[in-house]
Design a binder for this molecule. Structure first.
Ligand code: GCB
Length: 596
């Protein structure tokens, strides 16, 4: 699905702003008036906007409504309503008629609405449902508990460690296209200057449109051109997209039929990604990942898009010498990927597949009795395939994306994991024209000899907290166990690169202690420093991503102090002591060749 932009043939109209909003009771008809509506910003999660626990903790549906005006030029061709992301399930009505239904909070969807609108004022209503189940991604459990005197209470327990923010999280726009329009552009650029491309179109006509393509450089000069819906263009002496230097070309496409023309420009970078033995190569050079697992999370907006925060986060990463991030634990807004592409930030692009474990969650919320078979319980396969298809379609052209993460911390040690994941890994490789490496990020319960995901992936990505959740207060013991385990991973898989995608310790900003104790800034810094000595001793090791970039909101529980405090920055993006340690380290580590 193409990102909405203005072009000579397309107009984009912003529907963000303040909408009317109300929570809904189960069974309420979709078309009745909103009950006691109140203003609600879009995009934003609704949970933290009012001082109201019932709103913050609401389980179920909420309704948003606004009017919008349609002018005559908007009806000259197709009129499309597009949502960047609504968590997690949406029904969309235009003037009372159902225009779209969608499952999945972190990917865009759209509907052609030309036949549903009239000139002048129109009404748009969105019903957003935040319920997570054993069929959705992320995975959650809907439970009803009887409390004495309170009756039955519906709760939605997350199988994951971030707040289940809800609502219209990403931008809403209307855009126009001609009747025959460009529906998809695929690029597969090569470092020798060849750019394979393919253009798909939609429309009602029988005849094929004429397609023209041009590659423009960053100055806007045309450096290659061709015709036809698919082919190979040649860019002479290409400037490569590199970590830290996100040089972008644009593929300018024209699609002409019966005198009408659609035009679109797709930014893309020229670079290669390859796994060779234990090395992760970008442009043929061994790359070392330095960076973070993040969240889309900030004060007030919750998980809603906040472009100021996104720009600030990348500025802080640059200040630290970080070169990469993982979109833990769901696809991020495309606005962020566009920034990463332009700034040369390397991205591991993760599906919303978190919580695929019936016996484990970081906060210990689940029964750890080991008797439940995850792969018999969860019913996520169809949705998992669907989000993978949509993610590859949305993000395939981004040079910053160097690897697909199919899931975070699934029950990869349990029987059934290989059967669940093998087809998904195969599908990722089949769908992606650029054939990026594939990973599944695993947790401490998956050892080298029990992990059923490891044989399926190109890069071994592990999350480790030895010295935090276990060996409490013993960073030295944690690091010793870590080194032993990482070496065993390498012995078992000598031909696969290995990286740690999460390591970290909670630190409550302002808590200090000498000698250090858990939750102090000193302990967090020592924890990271001790892990780094292990990483530096391992030649087959390709990267370190700290958990987490910033403190973030979670469900309330006894393991969390107003959210997860493993941030190197506070939630309002002020540094803890660890930020300075990481800055010294990462500014001294080159992007390429650190491990030979
Ligand atoms: C993990 C999870 C992450 C948690 C983190 C923690 O392994 O992948 O979602 O937030 O641990 O802090 O416990």
């Amino acid at each position: 699905m193409l990102y909405p932009i203005n072009t000579p043939s397309r107009m984009v109209f912003d529907l963000n702003g303040v909408w009317q909003f109300s929570l809904r009771r189960p069974g309420e008809p979709d078309d009745g008036p909103l009950q006691d509506p109140r203003p609600m910003p879009v995009p934003a999660a609704y949970n933290d906007i009012y001082p109201d626990a019932a709103l913050r903790d609401h389980v179920g549906e909420a309704a948003y409504e606004r009017t919008f005006t349609v002018s005559a030029p908007m009806l000259a061709g197709r009129l499309v309503l597009r949502f960047g992301g609504v968590a997690h399930r949406a029904r969309v009505y235009v003037n009372g008629a159902l225009a779209a239904e969608h499952l999945g909070g972190f990917l865009p969807f759209e509907a052609e609405i030309g036949s549903l609108v009239r000139l002048g004022e129109n009404t748009l209503r969105v019903i957003a449902d935040n319920t997570l189940t054993l069929e959705t991604l992320p995975v959650g459990r809907l439970v009803e508990t009887e409390y004495p005197g309170l009756g039955r209470v519906r709760e939605n327990l997350p199988n994951f460690d971030f707040f289940n923010y809800a609502g219209i999280l990403r931008p809403v726009v209307l855009y126009t296209t001609p009747e025959t329009y460009i529906s998809r552009i695929r690029v597969d650029p090569h470092t020798d200057g060849r750019v394979e491309y393919q253009v798909e179109w939609g429309g009602t006509g029988e005849a094929a449109p004429e397609i023209g393509v041009e590659v423009r450089n960053a100055q806007g000069d045309t450096v290659a051109a061709g015709t036809g819906a698919g082919g190979v263009l040649r860019v002479k002496d290409p400037i490569l997209w590199e970590p830290g230097a996100g040089y972008l070309y644009r593929l300018a496409v024209r699609c002409r039929l019966d005198g009408a023309e659609d035009r679109y420009e797709l930014p893309f970078g020229i670079r290669s990604v390859e796994v060779r033995g234990t090395q992760f190569l970008i442009n043929g050079k061994p790359f070392y990942f330095k960076g973070f697992g993040k969240h889309e999370d900030s004060c007030i907006h919750g998980q809603g898009l906040d472009e100021a925060v996104n720009v600030k986060d990348l500025a802080l990463m640059d200040w630290m010498g970080a070169n990469s991030l993982r979109t833990s634990h769901y696809p991020y807004a495309e606005e962020m990927l566009r920034l990463c592409d332009a700034q040369g930030v390397v991205v591991i692009d993760e599906l919303p597949a978190v919580g695929l474990h019936a016996n484990f969650v970081a906060t210990g919320l689940l029964d750890k009795n080991g008797t439940v078979n995850t792969w018999e319980q969860v019913k996520t396969t169809p949705h998992h395939r669907e989000v993978l298809e949509k993610l590859v379609e949305r993000d395939e052209h981004y040079a910053c994306v160097v690897m697909w993460s199919i899931a975070n911390e699934p029950a990869a040690e349990e029987e059934g994991a290989a059967e669940y994941f093998a087809p998904l890994c195969a599908l990722a490789r089949e769908l992606d024209r650029q054939r990026r490496p594939v990973t599944i990020v695993t947790y401490e319960g998956c050892a080298p000899d029990t992990c059923k995901a490891a044989p399926l992936v190109d890069v071994l990505c592990v999350n480790r907290y030895f010295g935090w959740y276990n060996y409490c207060g013993r960073v030295d013991a944690g690091a010793a166990v870590l080194e032993d385990e990482l070496r065993r991973w390498h012995e078992k898989y000598p031909d696969k690169p290995l990286m740690v995608c999460e390591y970290g310790a909670d630190a409550v900003a302002g808590v200090h202690s000498l000698p250090s104790v858990m939750f102090s800034e000193e302990y967090q810094a020592e924890f990271l420093d001790t892990y780094h000595k292990v990483f530096d001793a391992l030649p087959f090791f390709v990267g370190e991503q700290v958990w987490n970039f910033a403190d973030f909101a979670t469900a309330q529980n006894a393991m969390r102090v107003q959210g997860n405090k493993k941030g190197v920055f506070t939630r309002d993006r002020q540094p803890k002591a660890a930020a300075f340690l990481l800055r010294r380290r990462w500014r001294a580590i080159p992007d390429f060749g650190y491990k030979g």
